[in-house]
Design a protein around this ligand. Structure first.
Ligand SMILES: C[S@@+](CC[C@H](N)C(=O)[O-])C[C@H]1O[C@@H](n2cnc3c(N)ncnc32)[C@H](O)[C@@H]1O
Length: 255
């Protein structure tokens, strides 16, 4: 069954001129989540042999930059950089190529599998953390991020960290991923640029009442909605959710 499925996408990739069967994973993910749009500037981390680069170029038509440890054979109008994504300065090389902030960062980087699951999982998480750091450096506000991660005990913590940075985050396995594979993709939309993050604890003074009747406090010009709070009240709160234009907090104690 899994082999039939692999052969299906492998054959399709050969027929349709994609360099890797993984091209269909990006096509399927984009069909469902619309992370790449026409005109977008896209960065692909761990991009060899270039299947995702072909798809990214086809979907966006905009500037596309790929990075990999391995050289990538020429793709028309796509820039490639041979570099290590776990090295912080690599993001600067990409930034120089882009000349602006990116709309989308995608990362399909994977370690050479050793067969020792814990080790492969740890390297995968390390790559995904590097990709998240690069995404925060390279994306424009509200930009989108897609990253592959091998499942394992460090996965929930990583997912939590991605959720702190993006407004909408979910894990997804496209049909083109092999059934027996432990890989999953995290689809993260709308990079947040708010001054607060989920889990932050801060002291606030409620300044006004919002449309919903809840209290509103401002942090560096960013609105925090506190259910049931009244103007003039001071309190210690914990940030529970962050949206692009406002956050929600729950009261820990009034002060
Ligand atoms: C599954 S392949 C990517 C396939 C690609 N999405 C495509 O469609 O052609 C994973 C890639 O991650 C790259 N990689 C692994 N570790 C890396 C690192 N530290 N820096 C850059 N690339 C890395 C590997 O060289 C490999 O080419």
């Amino acid at each position: 069954m899994a082999r039939d499925q692999r052969d299906h996408y492998y054959r399709m990739a050969k027929e349709e001129g994609y360099r890797a069967r993984s091209a269909y994973k990006l096509l399927q993910i984009n069909e469902k989540f619309h992370i790449i749009k026409k005109g977008d500037m896209v960065v692909d981390l761990g991009a060899a042999p270039g299947g995702w680069l072909q798809v990214a170029k086809q979907l966006s038509g905009g500037k596309v930059v790929g990075v990999d440890l391995e050289p990538i054979a020429l793709i028309p109008d796509v820039v490639t950089i041979q570099a290590d994504i776990t090295v912080e300065s690599t993001a600067e090389l990409v930034k120089m190529e882009l000349g602006a902030s990116a709309d989308v960062v995608i990362c399909d980087a994977a370690p050479n599998l050793s067969g020792a699951w814990d080790k492969d999982h740890a390297v995968s998480i390390d790559l995904a953390r590097s990709a998240l750091r690069a995404a925060k450096r390279l994306l424009k506000p509200r930009g989108n991020f897609l990253v592959k991660v091998f499942q394992g005990d460090m996965f929930p913590e990583y997912l939590k960290d991605v959720k702190k940075e993006f407004a909408r985050v979910q894990a997804h396995s496209p049909a083109a991923s092999r059934k027996e594979s432990a890989e999953t993709y995290i689809v993260a939309k709308h990079l947040l640029t708010s001054p607060v993050h989920i889990g932050d604890i801060l002291e606030l003074e409620i300044e006004s009442v919002g449309k919903s009747g809840d209290g509103v406090a401002m942090v560096e010009g960013f609105a925090i909605i506190v259910r049931g709070a009244k103007p003039g009240e001071r309190m210690r709160v914990m940030i529970e959710a962050v949206k692009p234009n406002f956050g929600f907090a729950k009261v820990l104690e009034k002060i």
